[in-house]
Write a protein that binds this ligand. Structure first.
Ligand SMILES: CC(C)(COP(=O)(O)OP(=O)(O)OC[C@H]1O[C@@H](n2cnc3c(N)ncnc32)[C@H](O)[C@@H]1OP(=O)(O)O)[C@@H](O)C(=O)NCCC(=O)NCCS
Length: 214
């Protein structure tokens, strides 16, 4: 089934005819590709209207699952990115998951965006396995006056960020360019410094003035 889709993607294609939409579970969702992108063994469960999955050229997306429930959502994957075994999970309207060029994401990474928010990842990033990004907690917490105290917030990851195995990146996190996130870290806030190592639970800056290469 997916070899047919792959063949179609060899041509410039906007996948929006009703036959394909039903067959691939892409209701209300267009896939945009210039034909140089490869989808292999991916599943889609998309419902809503005006959703777009944009592959920016030379993208290799394998063994991944894409779930979209809502309208006006965007997933954009930058040029030359290699992503395997990922889950993209979007709920409600107006969310965007924007990934820069040349991401390498190994397996079992989860990109969750809900409540009309934005998860942005810069270019040249390297993600190990079992990393979770979630812009919201999934359930609301109220204070004594009934005010929500755990609002969903955007996540922003800079360019050339290396994230170690099993790190969790929660709502409102910002990581600047050229940083490293240690294995198992749980990030809960903004880190406004470039070239540092962020590690631990809850994560803190443990080293400054460092660089890294693949
Ligand atoms: C983040 C990392 C790269 C840092 O390595 P490093 O520069 O050699 O760091 P150090 O071992 O000198 O540790 C510096 C401090 O941070 C702490 N630290 C380092 N990694 C940590 C982690 N993952 N969680 C909690 N604390 C950590 C150390 O205990 C040390 O604390 P101290 O100064 O109080 O003694 C490494 O520890 C790490 O987590 N590597 C795993 C990366 C990975 O998942 N790779 C998979 C392949 S992509």
């Amino acid at each position: 089934m997916f070899s047919k889709l792959k063949r179609k993607l060899k041509k410039k294609l906007i996948l929006n005819n009703s036959r394909h939409i039903k067959r691939f579970g892409l209701i209300g969702t267009k896939i945009e590709s210039d034909g140089s992108d490869v989808f292999e063994n991916c599943t889609f469960e998309c419902n809503g209207e005006n959703n777009v999955i944009k592959l920016c050229g030379g993208v290799n997306l394998t063994n991944s699952n894409i779930f979209i429930s809502g309208s006006g959502n965007v997933i954009s994957i930058g040029k030359g990115s290699y992503i395997s075994g990922a889950t993209f999970w979007i709920e409600q309207d107006g969310n965007s998951i924007i990934i820069g060029d040349h991401l390498s994401a190994n397996s079992d990474d989860n990109f969750t965006c809900i409540g009309g928010h934005k998860l942005t990842i810069g270019k040249d990033c390297l993600f190990s396995t079992q990393i979770n990004f979630q812009v919201g907690d999934g359930h609301t917490i109220f204070d004594a006056e009934g005010k929500i105290i755990n609002e969903t917030e955007d996540i922003s990851i800079g360019d050339h960020v290396w994230i170690g195995k099993r790190a969790t990146i929660l709502k409102g996190v910002r990581i600047m360019n050229d940083c490293i996130v240690g294995a198992g870290a749980i990030l809960t806030k903004q880190f406004d410094e470039t070239n540092c190592i962020i590690a631990g639970v809850p994560a803190k800056i443990v080293k400054k003035g460092v660089g890294w290469k693949k």
